[in-house]
Design a protein around this ligand. Structure first.
Ligand code: NAP
Length: 320
């Protein structure tokens, strides 16, 4: 059997997800349907999703071993540079689809199989390492701000926990949209870097100079009360994750009195990813990259993500 190098979940560990990670050989991709193709991966990026998978959240034991990774930029069988859209139709999943690495093998490998319709052209002028940040974290932030948050009707935006991949994307995009942007981070160094992106940086829980129209929530329990208190009448609080706990106390009196919308969201559509790629290329907006790590050091990259000492995306260079 032909094999390739890959980073995969070989078990689960809720407390120490890094111990469930294995880097080694896995079988070459197989195609469940005729319209699937194999992409040679040039670059991928890590997401908190990969750590959840290693903890056993969202990934069943019957799926192990599972190659991790949702994002990929690579070369298709015809030699085209492509960006991989990471959601695949999956009738067995209650959502009707799943993200690469949940049911179908992920992108942290030499090659990945995906439906041909999931391939989008890599825009000219956008590097493979930059584009590898876009399909999950940046797409999620794009949908949070645009489709869900209706940011075109907003003057100001609050982003919680601004060091993360989704959060730095939301800050950079909201600034590019010309909004007044506030962002919280626990870390003084990250607050300084948020300021460099064009946002006003605040300590978690700090009073804002104004109430905002859109809140980008990825943190959850630790920040949700502050999100409610910071929201202007009719504001949209858009939630895509809950890194610090998914059961916050919610003051419903504030929700109805201020007529707030609390909106859940996941990822985005292929059309939204196409819009995002075009926006980045056209407006010269580029992802905030924490570090580019060669595949040979992918375990170090996971350790860095797990430490939380990250500002922006960790990109994996599969050519190194
Ligand atoms: N639904 C979807 O489609 C989707 C897509 C992408 C991500 N997500 C979810 O969104 C979340 C963020 O993802 P990511 O990849 O951007 O993660 P990440 O890069 O690991 O970001 C985590 C950020 O959360 C903040 N944080 C963590 N614990 C905190 C605490 N106790 N108090 C305050 N802030 C805390 C930190 O901000 P500071 O250090 O700056 O304070 C950190 O930078 C994850 O839960 C992920 O699963 C969901």
């Amino acid at each position: 059997m032909r094999t390739m190098r890959a980073a995969f979940a070989s078990s689960f560990d809720a407390d120490n997800p890094l111990s469930a990670l294995t880097v080694g050989e896995r079988p070459e991709p197989t195609h469940p349907e005729d319209d699937w193709v194999t992409v040679r991966v040039r670059a991928s990026s890590l997401n908190h999703h990969d750590l959840w998978s290693l903890r056993g959240v969202g990934l069943g034991a019957d799926r192990l071993p599972m190659i991790l990774g949702c994002d990929a930029v690579g070369i298709d069988p015809d030699g085209n540079d492509v960006v991989v859209y990471p959601l695949v139709a999956d009738p067995g999943d209650p959502r009707g689809m799943s993200i690469l690495s949940e049911n179908f093998q992920g992108t942290l490998a030499e090659r990945v199989a995906v439906p041909r319709m999931n391939l989008l052209p890599l825009p000219g002028g956008v590097s493979a390492t930059d584009a590898a940040c876009l399909p999950t974290a940046w797409l999620t932030a794009w949908r949070m701000l645009t489709t869900k948050g209706r940011v075109e009707d907003a003057e100001s935006v609050l982003v919680q926990g601004a060091g993360g991949g989704v959060a730095t994307a939301a800050v950079a995009l909201a600034v590019a949209f010309g909004k007044r942007v506030y962002a919280t981070s626990r870390d003084p160094g990250k607050r300084e870097r948020i300021t460099e992106l064009g946002a006003t940086a605040l300590e978690p829980g700090a009073r804002l100079p104004e109430r905002v129209d859109v809140v980008v929530e990825t943190v959850g329990a630790a920040t949700f009360d502050h999100s409610l208190k910071s929201a202007a009448p009719m504001a949209r609080i858009v939630v895509c994750g809950a890194t610090a706990g998914h059961e916050p106390k919610v003051n419903l009196r504030r929700v109805f009195a201020m007529q707030l919308e609390i909106l859940g969201t996941s990822m985005g559509t292929p059309g939204e990813l196409t819009e995002l790629l075009a926006f980045c290329a056209e407006h010269d907006v580029r992802p905030v990259v924490d570090s580019v790590v060669p595949f040979s050091r992918v375990e170090d990259a996971f350790a860095r993500l797990h430490s939380g000492d990250v500002f922006g995306k960790i990109v994996i260079d599969h050519t190194a």
